[in-house]
Design a protein around this ligand. Structure first.
Ligand code: HEC
Ligand code: HEC
Length: 191
């Protein structure tokens, strides 16, 4: 093969961001090398905002956010370059999610877009944006595993996840029924 042909075959620069060592050796086991985890209990990190990812990593380290499953990775996380790790995952392309129950997802769309006026659940889109893509203040939710999303909203509701500033997510989740949580998570998974 000529040198020119070899060059042409190289992947485009955008997808060539090299994974930090810790991402390949430690985090990949659960989150996938490119942050697209396959297991529904492990969150996808690909495409989430760097600000949000770094905040979560710091809060696992300080114990402000707790997870027994993440515990074993904390020593590795402690010595890692957090901004580099966060921007690596943020720059990865999120894998498309999927919906397994169309009817449930349709019910979820109504809550996501408009909330529930009767019980005071606000529209998720008001903060996470219309396609759940998020911004530097509110995390991307689109395409996330429904199992993970359900677990997090339940954790906010129960108060076992309490690292949301100004109790915003705890106040939202407290007003939601189990049915609404399942429906909105199903809708989000397909975005
Ligand atoms: C044994 C599996 C496992 C390993 C290894 C692991 N994680 Fe996690 N990670 C999880 C689970 C499970 C959660 C969800 C925790 C919860 O329930 O709040 C999580 C959550 C996260 C979150 C928050 C995601 C979000 O959407 O809020 C970040 C960021 C994260 N992990 C980064 C890392 C990094 C960086 C490493 C490597 C140093 C790592 N994880 C290693 C299982 C793992
Ligand atoms: C007033 C703004 C606001 C509204 C409305 C809102 N959220 Fe959030 N949400 C946030 C913020 C801020 C965070 C990040 C909390 C943190 O820093 O850990 C968050 C985090 C989350 C997370 C955790 C993401 C992850 O990767 O772990 C989920 C899931 C979530 N929101 C779901 C929802 C759903 C579903 C709705 C609608 C019923 C909703 N949110 C409405 C502000 C909002």
């Amino acid at each position: 093969m000529t040198a020119l042909a070899a060059l042409v075959l190289l992947p485009p620069a955008a997808s060539a961001a090299e994974a930090p060592e810790v991402a390949k050796t430690v985090c990949a086991a659960c989150h996938g090398v490119d942050g697209n985890s396959v297991a529904p209990t492990f969150p996808k990190l690909a495409g989430l905002q760097a600000e949000y990812l770094e905040k979560q990593m710091r809060e696992f380290l300080t114990g402000k956010r707790k997870s027994e499953i993440m515990d074993a990775s904390l020593p590795a996380l402690k010595s890692a370059d957090l901004p580099a790790l966060a921007s690596y995952y943020a720059s990865q392309k999120p894998a498309a999610g999927s919906v397994s129950d169309e009817k449930l997802a349709a019910a979820g769309k109504a809550i996501f877009d408009d909330g529930n006026t009767a019980s005071g659940v606000p529209a998720c889109s008001g903060c996470h944006l219309a396609a759940a893509q998020g911004n530097e203040r509110y995390p991307r939710l689109a395409g996330q595993h429904a199992t993970y999303t359900v677990a997090q909203v339940q954790a906010f509701k129960a108060g076992t996840r309490s690292n949301d500033k100004a109790r915003v997510m705890r106040a939202v989740a407290a007003r939601m029924t189990e049915e609404e949580i399942a429906a909105v998570a199903e809708y989000i998974a397909g975005l």
